[in-house]
Write a protein that binds this ligand. Sequence first.
Ligand code: FES
Length: 101
Amino acid sequence: MAIENACQISVTNRQQVFKVPKGEPLLMAMEKLNQRAIDVGCRGGGCGLCKVKVLQGDYQTKRMSKAHISEEEAALGFALACRLTPLSDLELESDHFPLKK
Ligand code: FES
């Protein structure tokens, strides 16, 4: 079934593409679709596990802990997927949790 008013999310490092409803936090919308393109942790901005880098597209974020996303990183497109709401189609990379690198 097609999602009305959807944003297409392309997760380049995991070669996954899916559509989420506009206006929903990305991580939770992804989970509803049973997609696993972004790692899921606390869902509340506390663990940093869902850190992504947006390569293309528009989005907004709720407040994010500077422990996980510094101002410099935010300016470069880094964000926590559980705090990020897509406003357009997005191209992004997941797997930016520091312990995995
Ligand atoms: S899931 Fe923990 S910060 Fe997003």
